[in-house]
Ligand binder design. Sequence first.
Ligand code: COA
Ligand code: AMP
Length: 630
Amino acid sequence: MSAYAETYRRSIADPEAFWAEQAATLRWSKKWQRVLDAGSSPSRPTWHWFAGGELNTCDNALDRWIDEGRGEQAALIYDSPLTGTQTTFSYRQLRDRVARFAGALRANGVDTGDRVVIYMPMVPEAAIAMLACARIGAVHSVVFGGFAAPELAKRIDAAEPVLIVSASCGIEPGRIVEYKPLLDQAIELATHKVRRTIILQRPQSLAAMTAGRDVDWQDAVAAAQPAACVPVAATDPLYVLYTSGTTGKPKGVVRDNGGHAVAMRYSMGAVYDCGTGDVFWAASDVGWVVGHSYIVYGPLLAGCTTILYEGKPVGTPDAGAFWRVISQHKVKSFFTAPTAFRAIKKEDPRGELLKQYDLSQFRTLYLAGERCDPDTIDWAAAQLQRPVIDNWWQTELGWPAIANPRGIEALPVKAGSASVPVPGFDVQVLDADGQVAAKGEIGNVAIKLPLPPGTLTTMWNNEQGYIDNYLTRYPGYYLAGDAGYVDDDGYFWVMSRIDDIINVAGHRLSTGAMEEVLASHPDVAECAVIGAADALKGQVPIGLVVLKTGVGKSHEQIAGELVARMREQIGAVAALKQIAVVARLPKTRSGKVLRATMRAIADGKDYAMPATIDDPQVLVEIGAALRTKR
Ligand code: COA
Ligand code: AMP
């Protein structure tokens, strides 16, 4: 039996023994009583890993490495072409900064179990704030900086933080994003009242401070005593991360301390083939799960050097930026979204810039976050002459569930397939009746319960939502929300979502949330948002709107207002640039909008006329309107 097959078999046959072995690589202040505490009630089919155990995630990410002689090793390299800055923090320096900021959180009223919202650009202080929360057992909830004030307000109301950590500004190519006015507006909009913020003033733009509420980061730190690590229960929450659902209400994914630390450490070796002393880089953002798992926690829990990159794949300054970072910092494993590679390929199709850099330390490229088209994989592999590894997972799962586990065994790569289930994940493709689908047959991706450590433990303040959304469709399974199939070799091909979530440049967005924004415009009677295929971003949203009768404005003016409204309500990241004003939307006779059919029309695909369509002529009109947008 191959190394992968044997490891996988053990993980499924005896998960308790398998995960106890992995957990032993961490530093516990109290050993667990039970590795797996499985829920017994059918109405609450949930489970806990390492019940009775106590540890501190920050202790395992920082202090333990100093105690083990790695204090002077680089822990985090901040590389910011957008500001022309590079700073390296050793494990000792990072621990000292984190301890001091943890003391500042304490002095400003944050206690163990309290929530702290972090709304930050890609600066080291974002990671410091996260680790400082972990150090004192506070629960962080990071909100991506590209979200606008109303989205931030929603997350403040959901997480009910005692304090918010933010910065004066973020920097996007060619413009400064003023965070502080967005934060002020969000605090104003939120029902939950926040009485304290800590603001990092960046030299690119200083923010106006509200006396009595806002504290300057530097002042807070100068006044603080370093805080020690607080042991917490393995089952206590480490963070809540909100992700898009099918409605405008984001889902608060809860991650625990114990299972998460075990899974992070395990995945760094098994999937990303990195261990102590290796340099690992995930070019993502701390506001997404990739940033949580593989910019901050994973690499540090594995004793690696991590890179926090404030820049883009192209334009900062050119399409060679990634090669420069990989070469300069001697990156061994690199992780990004396929979109980034499509952007590089567009600007430098023959890889001329790549030839300028010495990539001799570089081993493997990992791509995830969206379906990766085989063309991009083949192009990247040909340019880099390195394996390109697709891996499938989601915010909810926290780490790869389907991958080519290079740290265990390098399996053959099939471009377009994320490969095989990772040890711990019993992934299946189920048909509509809940039976395992035949090989090659498309069905719903589902994972047999219990999920392994590191996956979501519940939804914040919404246990029932967790059960209804994920555990009810197929009793005994977690429903991923993706469709795919398994081939004859047991490789998984995950093709698309089964719901109204779209993936724009690796960013997960809800068309339902976007429809709520369009519908709130006073001139809009009805609307639909669909995700249409895009050569660069994978998908882009297109809004279709029906106006109320008697609206005298031009279609251009309406479209401009709707695009601006989307930026103000959800944020620039929604990337809605195309609006088609139409006379009617295609519907079934019972009034359901035919989004999938419109998507097929937008993508120029063949589609079957839905048997229940109310008026087929509407599809002709929609086709004509969409053609002007494509
Ligand atoms: N703060 C504020 N605004 C942000 C932001 C942030 N953190 N991140 C993105 N935005 C803005 C962008 O400036 C852009 O604004 P614009 O409409 O005024 O130009 C908008 O949101 C859309 O951003 P994006 O979808 O990222 O497109 P882009 O055209 O700026 O860049 C790529 C295209 C491919 C270079 C870029 O999407 C990229 O680097 N993708 C990598 C994907 C990735 O890291 N995904 C994370 C999951 S692994
Ligand atoms: P997120 O929660 O933002 O990580 O988005 C998760 C979703 O992105 C998944 O449910 C998939 O729809 C999609 N996705 C992520 N990685 C892949 C991949 N490797 N292949 C196909 N789809 C992916």
